[in-house]
Write a protein that binds this ligand. Structure first.
Ligand code: 6LW
Length: 508
């Protein structure tokens, strides 16, 4: 059969995977968004369904100090004796910590903090020992992959952190994972930075502490030499063995907006590639060490079909699954009724560096699509935003002012922030307008429908919301929001008929 990468499109980076019985589970980093750490399941490795988030309570996920791309970095998920563990870093609060659950569909524990610095923690269990590793510096000042043993009940370190591998010399050694395969210990890690130069490396040894020998074919995976290829930035991988004993790797990568257009807007996404072993036991990953868009494989059944989700509406989505929030949302300002979303504005703004504006969002997961929504407003401002971060967003909204009611488009690109278009409409108690945005890889096109008349609000380039412009680790979100210039509002803005249609194809 054939499947296409990414297997999970949109901002789902730093994937980590485990298997329990015959189901695979996967988690991703989520940074300043609440709830934290997306949790997916799959029976076949290519069709994934989000079942929730791991971090769902404020006590597990304090994000007040999480600026853009702060908060939750790369997680690892592992299952040991039927108990699931998810270990990650809150770079704005706890540092490294883990949570656990005996019911993957239920709540997870309170955080257990591990006193070892660095990011990208991972766990490896063997013979009642829990090995904890992350990148960082050990007690003797050696930098690299640092490993210690911990008491998994308390998180206490049982041994000092020890540098077990220094990688291959590329910048930003990160994303370490340890595995035992055919009696040997494998370390997987990434280097090169999570940009165009990203790559994955491997080493193996006879004990969990090494010494480790670098793979002769390092980097075992990279697309850095593929010019004019859509998938770039392959890194941060995790290995999994399937039911038939075949090995696979999930990893992050991103898609450029054009073959020669080196910007990406949909964040770092999750890809899947087959892994084989050479005669000497080294990993042979993907297509000669690269990740193709299309993978043809006889490891998956011929009749297996890859379903790609094409439609998001209010009716077929849920708060806390697809819809997420910024930092510490005040849920009294939100009302999800099943076919409407009601948002009550406060004076917190989309452009604020911290705090939680009344804002809920789903990911822009393909470059082409169309979003539309009917917005009904009685006071202040509400609309749709394409939100990369607080400094990079395009807002399309209705605004009630003392002078009258306006439909406006605001552009925020770093220090450049201004109202680009403004059209007055009738001044009624309730302003009702359908706002829509057509998306192509290079442009967003804005249109408002008011009283059977279409108002053209022009287009804006996608690239100014890209990671290459905004920096950071997230992707563009499609947000619904309400905000007030003065005090908190009383009357909510009402959003109806929300459609994010991925089958829409416009041509440009
Ligand atoms: C993450 C690190 C990385 O912790 O980027 O691409 C960091 N890899 O492993 C943020 O996602």
């Amino acid at each position: 059969m054939k499947y296409t990468n990414p297997i999970i499109p949109g901002f789902y980076p730093d994937p980590s995977i485990c298997k329990y019985k015959d189901i695979y589970y996967m988690v991703h980093s989520t940074f300043q968004y609440f709830p934290g750490v997306t949790l997916f399941e799959s029976k076949d490795l290519i069709n994934w369904t989000q079942i929730g988030h791991v971090l769902t309570r404020e006590s597990q996920l304090p994000l007040e100090k999480a600026g853009r791309s702060g908060g939750i970095y790369a997680p690892t998920i592992r299952c040991h004796n039927g108990r699931f563990y998810m270990v990650t870093t809150n770079v704005s609060a706890f540092g490294n910590f883990y949570v656990w659950t005996d019911d993957i569909y239920g709540e997870w524990s309170e955080p257990v903090i591990v006193d070892q610095d660095g990011i990208d923690p991972s766990l490896y269990f063997e013979d009642n020992i829990c090995y904890f590793m992350s990148n960082g510096t050990d007690e003797e000042g050696h930098s690299g992959i640092i490993q210690c043993e911990i008491d998994i009940e308390t998180g206490k370190k049982l041994t000092p952190g020890r540098c077990i591998w220094k990688g291959t010399g590329g910048r930003y050694l990160e994303a370490p994972h340890l595995y035992k395969i055919n009696g040997e210990y494998y370390i997987l890690a990434a280097e090169g930075g999570t940009e165009y130069g990203h790559f994955i490396i491997c080493a193996k040894g006879k004990t969990p502490y090494g010494p480790f020998i670098d793979a002769p074919n390092n980097p075992i995976l990279t697309n850095r030499n593929l010019g004019g290829y859509e998938i770039q930035g392959c890194g941060h991988g995790d290995l999994i063995e399937d039911e038939s004993g075949n090995w696979w790797m999930v990893h992050l990568a991103f898609r450029q907006i054009g073959l020669w257009n080196m910007f990406h807007i949909t964040g770092r996404e999750t890809c899947l590639v087959p892994v084989e072993f050479s005669e000497d036991g080294w990993l042979l990953v993907g297509e000669q060490g690269t990740t193709p868009i299309e993978v043809e494989t006889d490891r998956l059944p011929d009749n297996l079909h890859q379903d790609k989700r094409k439609l998001y509406t209010i009716e077929n989505t849920s708060p806390g699954i697809e819809w997420c929030f910024l930092r510490a949302p005040d849920m009294k300002k939100y009302n999800f009724t099943g076919d409407t979303i009601e948002l009550t504005a406060t004076s917190k703004k989309l452009s604020d560096e911290y705090g939680s504006p009344t804002f809920t969002c789903i990911r822009q997961c393909e470059m082409v699509g169309k979003v539309s929504c009917l917005v009904a407003l009685e006071e202040q401002e509400a609309g749709i935003t394409l939100y990369m971060d607080n400094m990079h967003h395009y807002d399309f909204f209705i605004k009630k002012t003392k002078e009258g009611t306006l439909i406006q488009k605001r552009i925020c690109i770093g220090d450049i922030a201004y109202i680009q278009e403004s059209i007055p409409i009738e001044n009624r108690d309730i302003a009702e307008v359908t706002l829509s945005i057509r998306m192509t890889p290079t442009n967003y096109f804005f249109e408002a429908l008011y009283k059977d008349k279409i108002y053209d609000f022009g287009k804006n380039q996608t690239r100014y919301l890209s990671t290459e412009v905004a920096e950071g680790f997230t992707g563009v979100m499609i947000g619904l929001y309400a905000q007030s210039d003065e005090e908190d509002c009383v009357k909510p803005a009402i959003f109806k008929d929300f459609v994010y249609d991925l089958s829409y194809s416009s041509g440009e």
